[in-house]
Design a protein around this ligand. Structure first.
Ligand SMILES: [Ca+2]
Ligand SMILES: [Ca+2]
Length: 380
């Protein structure tokens, strides 16, 4: 296997703009604004054929590295990371079948290159088909998922096997939490909208079925047991979530998530892209509110009454593209800033009691009302 280390960069993070926002100084190649993040390690496209390469930025050490794909002359779809596994789909041409490769990222500080590459699955649909299915292969835990014509497939690292599942209508936007696989598909071929569905691959094969949530939408993203997606049941599309364990759903603010970057939900926070007009704020500070300039948004779900529902617009960083990013892992939100660099924030910031992105009198009032109370107390 060919493994060429193109560059190792140890950059000093630059704190800019909002004070607590970190600009990594690292940028994906060209307009490849696709990010995947796990455990604070962000992977992205760092070069295209004939020099296709992958980059990794490690937030913990503030270091980054770039390294070639399994065959740098081939066209690479966006890589996906889970734990130490990086999965990279490659194809000679956009209309020929894709091969999946994976490598194991070393535990190292500063970050080191990933390799060697191992081919795990051949014969995936072509890049053009995967784009039309809105389904770039995604890894989570033991599983890699993708769409096929008329169904979907998943690869299981622990057994080295591929399982194909047929569906009545074409699925789109495959995503997984490592156990549950979620996607969208039309109830019938003549239905006006797709609905969000899921399939629990952790069940014994005979018990597995596709569950239709009945919720209209597309581009799901799943982490833990919450699916977030674009809800197209209203004219300004909104975010919506579906909580598998509690069989509950909720409708949120106007905004969009993407099928290319992930994950878009972690715990009780959903992150998304919204435009300046929808947010009613000039996030990039150029003096105008534009529907083609974009802001980071987040939506706090399942929170107690003293938690704000959304990120305050005045605190929202400007982000480059819609809707190819941002991504979330634990308390870290990463995205491509308006300057093209990967940037991140950690939430909530110190002192931001209601988690709306601003430390102000609202937070102080909450603290004042609860001052000197203790966990075993009864009044606040
Ligand atoms: Ca603006
Ligand atoms: Ca606050």
């Amino acid at each position: 296997m060919l493994l060429i280390t193109l560059a190792i960069v140890i950059s000093s993070p630059v704190r800019t703009v909002k004070g607590l926002l970190v600009d990594t100084g690292v940028a994906p190649f060209g307009s490849n604004n696709y990010l995947s993040m796990d455990a604070g390690r962000i992977v992205y496209v760092a070069g295209i054929a004939p020099s296709s390469a992958i980059g990794v930025y490690d937030i913990n050490s503030g270091s980054s590295t770039t390294f070639s794909t399994a065959n740098s002359s081939l066209t690479a779809l966006p890589p996906s990371i889970s734990g130490d596994k990086i999965v990279s789909p490659l194809s000679p041409l956009i209309n020929t079948t894709v091969t999946l490769y994976f490598c194991t990222l070393p535990h190292a500080s500063p970050i080191q290159s990933c390799g060697p590459w191992t081919a795990i699955v051949t014969g995936l649909p072509s890049i053009s088909f995967l784009i039309s299915f809105a389904s770039f292969p995604k890894v989570s835990g033991d599983l890699v998922v993708w769409a096929n014509t008329g169904g979907f497939s998943f690869y299981r690292f622990s057994t080295g096997t591929v399982t194909a599942v047929s569906t009545p209508t074409q699925p789109h936007g495959l995503t997984t939490n490592g156990a549950v696989i979620s996607f969208s598909a039309k109830p019938t071929s003549t239905s006006s909208s797709e609905t969000i569905r899921y399939y629990d691959a952790s069940l014994p094969p005979a018990s597995r079925t596709v569950v239709d949530t009945g919720l209209s939408g597309y581009y799901p993203s799943i982490t833990q047991y919450t699916i977030v997606f674009n809800d197209n049941s209203t004219t300004s599309e909104r975010l919506r979530y579906y909580d598998i364990l509690n069989q509950a759903s909720g409708a949120g603010p106007v905004g969009a998530i993407s099928y290319t970057s992930g994950p878009s939900v972690w715990g009780n926070r959903i992150i998304f892209t919204t435009d300046e007009v929808s947010d009613n704020f000039d996030c990039n500070g150029d003096g105008t509110k534009s529907s083609s300039e974009f802001c980071l948004g987040y939506w706090n779900i399942r929170g107690p009454s003293w938690i704000a529902t959304t990120l305050s617009a005045s605190a929202a960083p400007s982000i480059k593209a819609n809707p190819d990013n941002p991504v979330i892992w634990d308390n870290i939100i990463a995205f491509i800033g308006s300057n093209g660099n990967i940037q991140y924030v950690k939430v909530p910031m110190q002192g931001d009691v209601n988690q709306d992105g601003i430390v102000n009198n609202t937070d102080r009032t909450t603290v004042t009302n609860c001052l000197n109370q203790v966990l075993k107390g009864s009044v606040c």
